[in-house]
Ligand binder design. Structure first.
Ligand code: NAD
Length: 494
């Protein structure tokens, strides 16, 4: 497919108006070719402040929060329809800026549509309760929107991860300021432009592009913002938690991971092998939930890994716009250097590189940031490649003896986001899932089946949950209303 080469220009959306920034612009480039694809504002703190003011005004006016849930639901459902109608064009923008294969970009956009549609219906199922009901008094417990929310997103799945925040925030009645990653500001603003066609009052959805240190930080510290919902690295999450303490903002942190796949000898290996392989190499390993550690039971290790290496070496790496491509480039030169630095560290610490490990530089590859599927075996727990999040197509493989051994190796990490388990034995599956300290465990599959279920981390992988009803409750707060019914009043009880 031939894509346009002239970069598209984008503006911020603040209080219903499209605006540039005094800070100038930032260009984002196609990581497969180095060509410029989008020019977005390099916003300054003032722009973020103005966006927060507009979101505050819109929230306090009740223009969105006091609408009927059914009216908010209608708008969310229309957003989903718009995305589906524009999925082909948006997918190309996503692939151009992020590098992922077109089919994956399409899948990401359809996920966003599905999530928004789910929250359209979920918004009509928020129910309070009446825990006290007597002739003397009645208590109502109701849920109200948290207020102004800053939605800070990364570049790896910029649209679906935004929908995980935008859907529940809007469904709850909150107003938002979206802060995309500088690497994918163009497609994020394209998405906001699309959904802002709908009848949403000005100031309900605002979007400002620019660096995390400047505008992200301004939003995190702003007294006008009630909540920050962040997806990104654990290190940034920690800074955000500290910054948000200024006015005790609510925080949701969806952070990094070092997830483990465990293959038992009773697994259906025809399913486990491609499952474990794509859990790491999908999006070139740039997924928070990537199965970057693989444990294979000793009894099947040699045969399984022989077949695994063969399959991984035949993955077609290339430009995401080529329909044959199965794995795209890394997002930037910096990310590629980081990943190759981990490869060096693995070698230095004594792991055995059994596949890949070097940048691809022949022909068209030289224009982009391509690193092929890379496998380390002979890995030990103390190694950096085993403990740190690489965020690239690098897999660490270890053999294990039994269930206890697999649980112990898996839990040896500061992260606790997700993990895959491949087995046919139900009692074993139940024992092992109970032992694993992660927010999600997929059994004989990888990735959530739909937006109805929650996602989020244990340990340093985060705070709070996204998707599912749990994700909606994160944007609501609880109010108790106590009504005294007797005319003679109530004695204060101690
Ligand atoms: P990052 O932490 O560098 O940036 C994420 C976002 O935060 C960007 O928009 C960035 O501009 C902003 N930011 C940076 N510093 C900030 C600050 N001081 N204040 C406010 N905002 C700031 O992460 P990234 O490189 O864009 O994404 C990769 C990371 O995201 C990986 O660690 C990955 O595991 C994680 N991630 C987690 C999930 C999840 O659901 N748990 C999903 C996807 C990605």
């Amino acid at each position: 497919m031939q894509a346009e080469t002239v970069p598209r220009e984008y503006s911020n959306l603040i209080g219903g108006k499209w605006k540039g920034s005094q800070g100038g612009t930032i260009e984002s480039r196609n990581p497969a070719t180095g060509e410029p694809v989008a020019v977005s504002p390099r916003s300054m703190a003032d722009d973020a402040r103005e966006a927060a003011e507009e979101a505050r005004r819109a929230f306090d006016s009740g223009s969105w929060s006091s609408k009927r849930p059914s009216d908010r639901a209608k708008v969310l459902a229309q957003m989903a329809e718009l995305i589906r109608a524009q999925v082909e064009g948006l997918s190309v923008r996503l692939t151009l800026e992020n590098g992922k294969p077109l089919a994956d970009a399409r899948g990401e956009l359809l996920n966003a549509a599905n999530v928004l549609e789910y929250y359209a219906s979920a918004s009509r199922h928020v129910v309070g309760k009446i825990p006290r009901y007597s002739s003397a008094d009645v208590s109502l417990v109701v849920h109200e929107p948290v207020g102004v929310c800053a939605l800070i997103v990364p570049w790896n799945s910029p649209i679906s991860l935004l929908s995980w925040k935008l859907g529940p925030a809007l469904a709850a009645g909150c107003t938002v300021v979206v802060k995309p990653s500088v690497n994918t500001s163009g497609v994020s603003l394209e998405f906001v432009k699309l959904i802002s066609r709908l009848e949403v009052p000005p100031g309900v959805i605002n979007a400002v592009a620019g660096s995390g240190e400047t505008i992200g930080n301004e939003l995190v510290k702003s007294p006008l913002v009630d909540k920050v919902s962040f997806t990104g690295s654990t290190e940034t999450g920690r800074e955000i938690m500290a910054g948000a303490s200024s006015n005790l903002k609510k925080v949701n942190l969806e952070c990094g991971g070092k997830s483990t796949g465990i293959v038992f000898d009773d697994a259906n290996l025809a399913v486990a092998l491609p499952g474990a392989m794509w859990s790491i190499f999908r999006s070139a390993g740039q997924s928070c939930n990537a199965g970057s550690r693989l444990l294979v039971q000793e009894s099947i290790y040699d045969d399984f890994m022989k077949r695994f290496r063969e399959a991984a070496s035949s993955i077609k790496v290339g430009n995401g716009l080529d329909p044959a491509t199965e794995m795209g480039p890394l997002i930037s030169a910096g990310q590629m250097e980081r990943v190759l630095g981990y490869v060096e560290s693995g070698k230095e610490q004594g792991a055995r590189l059994s596949l890949g490990g070097e940048r691809l530089i022949e022909g068209d590859y030289s224009r982009g940031y391509f690193v092929p599927p890379t496998i380390f075996e002979g890995v030990e727990r103390r190694m950096r490649i085993f403990q740190e999040e690489i965020f690239g197509p690098v897999l660490c493989v270890l053999p294990f003896r039994d269930e206890e051994d697999a649980i112990s190796i898996s839990n040896d990490t500061r992260f606790g986001l997700a993990g895959d388990l491949w087995s046919r034995g139900l009692p074993r599956i139940m024992r092992v899932t109970q032992g694993l300290r992660t927010g999600t465990i997929w059994v004989n599959r990888h990735l959530n089946p739909g937006p109805e279920v929650p996602f989020g981390g244990y340990k340093q992988s985060g705070l709070g949950r996204e998707t599912g009803m749990e994700g909606l409750m994160e944007y609501l707060q609880t109010k108790h209303v106590s009504l005294q019914l007797s005319e003679s009043g109530d004695r204060v009880r101690r």
